[in-house]
Design a binder for this molecule. Sequence first.
Ligand code: NAD
Ligand code: UD1
Length: 358
Amino acid sequence: MNILLTGGTGYIGSHTAVALAEAGHHVVLFDNFCNSQPDVAQRLHTLTGQALPLVEGDVRNTALLTHTLQAHQISAVIHFAGLKAVGESVAQPLDYYANNVQGSISLLQAMQAAQVNTLVFSSSATVYGEPHYLPLDETHPTAATNPYGRSKLHIEEILRDACAADPALRVLCLRYFNPVGAHASGLIGDNPRGVPNNLMPYLSRVAAGELPHVNVFGADYPTIDGTGVRDYIHVADLASGHLAALAHLAQRPGFDVINLGTGQGYSVLQMIDAFAAASGRPVPHRIVPRRAGDIAACYARPDKAARLLGWQATRTLQDMCRDTWHWQIRGAGHEQLEQLGSVPNLPPGNPQHSPHIP
Ligand code: NAD
Ligand code: UD1
């Protein structure tokens, strides 16, 4: 199948590109590089042995999208392109609605023009808001608490309406829980700009010595040890979930939403311990006040994905930490290590040979 990945050079898009190419699909990447680097295409070439076509453009450019869909004879789209920083969305809501909502409408219009009917959309567990019960299933009420989350909810509603109006459409919204980890090669991974907001990249930089300690946002939640609990899922598991989603859509027209999570929650302190073990490095931490807008615990009921997609996450917390660390020392941290004159080509989790980063 010829598949277009909007946001294909981003974190989740690039891992999904590898999984699709390995499964024999023809992948076309579409990205404006507002949060990724064009050199990801070379890395994907190395990983897959294929030169995946890459179109530089904004998803709000409907004409370019329509042309791309037609020129590459695309039969399905996975729509990763979007802005995703919660704090930034509060400060710049119009940018988030313009990019995420308008971008999705533009994509639907291009798909209509090019007669492409199959779409997988990157949604988020953030659409559930404050949990009324746990684990979260897909019938849990939705209530986004910030413009980023609301943009995801608006898009889900737009997609539902588009499916109601056009019986040929096949749309699956995948509600990701907390994607972490990296490709086992260490060639691609998450590369947030500046100081990371999310826990896993922050842990990784503390272990590498780039940041002094982890601020643990609250230790007074009603959880196993008082710190926040989340459903971390390896990005490679998430990637295989997209393959299962496309296979499912081939059998089933209409609209649906499905959680992609493991069903297992881990606390911040459990994550710190696991990362220290995987990296062989100390990960010092300090308890600080809660972060505004955070919830105590959030984890999925993954049964619907198992039932409808025949998919479940298989990678462990150790796998997630090991691969994040591998990416830190071989990928994300590579440039910095080279600048420091250190040895970047290290086996993961081996403190003896680890470079010293001041
Ligand atoms: P990412 O920022 O790494 O990737 C998104 C990609 O989209 C980037 O390469 C960016 O350059 C591109 N992009 C953004 N706006 C664009 C536009 N208007 N036109 C063309 N390209 C554009 O993010 P990610 O973590 O890979 O997330 C992918 C999707 O999954 C996003 O929609 C995000 O909201 C959603 N999601 C991510 C997480 C997470 O924790 N990473 C969790 C839930 C949902
Ligand atoms: C965040 C986003 C959410 C997004 C998700 C995906 C916010 C408010 N929410 O959720 O919309 O879908 O990422 O990855 O940003 N923590 C610390 N110290 C840190 C960083 C985090 O203690 O330096 C804690 C948090 O309080 C939380 C846990 O670690 O308990 C995970 O945080 P994070 O990785 O930011 O993810 P979420 O808050 O779940």
